[in-house]
Design a binder for this molecule. Structure first.
Ligand code: C2E
Ligand code: MG
Ligand code: MG
Ligand code: MG
Length: 292
């Protein structure tokens, strides 16, 4: 199959196809090239505060403009980078990039805007990633206070002590910590018990569909009030419709993120949007004004 597809094709996206060694080696080289050539870059998806109807932050999402495959999404390469032990390099790359972007945002808009970035669970608790954060704390002291690390549930409990220690270190620098995709792991509640998060991101599988049962609504409601009782800010992911927006608003969710507001877009567009927002405050108009 590999041969049929031609020499320049990249196969690492689908493990079942190929000889893993060739495949990992190729990914490793391409990944290093991509970081070097700036083929890896961030796009930004606004996060909207539901009570003020303003964009308070944006999530940085990685994109790879691959020389032969074009733009590829993280779902095609994150797991593979994890498998070949390169994920921490991505975490470091995104961290540095996020800080630089934050600095530019603050300079160009004068707003107390935050950026949220995804950190792999491995990277989060690693000595290497922590040391890079530490290294940047002098030059970027102010920006770190506007940075949020999002981590997912999967592997956090495996090295709980390291995760706890890392969290304390990051928090001491002003970085906030969000638990991403809440509700998709199988021990979600243990995480809330063991670790303190500033923000709870409710997975998009909780967004109610038209045919949703009253049971789904009860669960969503319970998650939001649980988060509130534990002093966490809630962000609903995957808000796609006006009906979903009204529902999470009604249930007291703090923030929303999703296609209803905006798809992820370029840094230039983010700056434009923030400067536009400064002149034309969103809270004086309907929620449709943030829809892109
Ligand atoms: P995530 O952190 O939960 O990010 C949200 C994902 O949902 C993004 O996909 C976003 O484009 C998508 N999304 C946003 N709004 C909607 C919506 O209304 N409907 C639907 N169906 N989807 C929506 P994306 O960019 O493909 O990223 C997928 C995942 O890859 C992320 O999920 C995150 O876990 C991971 N990821 C992305 N960037 C990075 C990164 O820089 N580092 C690491 N370690 N992981 C990353
Ligand atoms: Mg995320
Ligand atoms: Mg998420
Ligand atoms: Mg998600």
């Amino acid at each position: 199959l590999a041969k049929l597809k031609g020499r320049n094709q990249v196969f690492f996206y689908d493990q079942k196809y190929t000889n893993k060694n060739v495949h990992s080696h190729k990914l490793e080289l391409e990944f290093s090239d991509a970081m070097f050539n700036q083929d890896l870059y961030l796009v930004f998806q606004p996060i909207v505060n539901l009570s003020s109807n303003t964009i308070i932050s944006a999530e940085c999402l990685i994109r790879w403009n691959h020389p032969t495959l074009g733009e590829i999404l993280p779902s095609s390469f994150i797991n593979e980078l994890q498998r070949i032990g390169k994920i921490i390099e991505l975490d470091v790359y995104v961290f540095k990039s996020a800080l630089k972007h934050l600095k530019t945002i603050h300079q160009l808009t004068g707003k107390k805007f935050r950026l949220s970035m995804n950190v792999s669970a491995v990277g989060f608790a690693s000595a290497y990633f922590s040391s890079v954060v530490e290294e940047y704390k002098k030059e970027y002291a102010k920006e770190l206070e506007y940075l949020i690390f999002e981590i997912t549930e999967q592997t956090l409990l495996e090295n709980l002590n390291d995760v706890k220690a890392a969290m304390e270190g990051y928090r001491a620098l002003g970085i906030q910590i969000a638990l991403d995709d809440f509700g998709t792991g199988y021990s979600s509640l243990s995480y809330l018990h063991e670790l303190h998060f500033d923000i709870l991101k409710i997975d998009r599988s909780f967004m109610l569909k038209k045919q949703s049962s009253s049971k789904s609504l009860i669960i969503l409601e319970a998650v939001i009030s649980l988060a509130r009782a534990l002093n966490m800010t809630t962000t609903a992911e995957g808000v796609e419709t006006k009906a979903q927006l009204s529902k999470i608003n009604e249930l007291g969710c703090n923030n929303g993120q999703g296609y209803y507001f905006s798809r992820p877009f370029s840094f230039e567009s983010l700056i434009e949007m923030l400067n536009y927002e400064a002149k034309e405050p969103l809270d004086s108009t309907s929620s449709d004004s943030v829809k892109k």
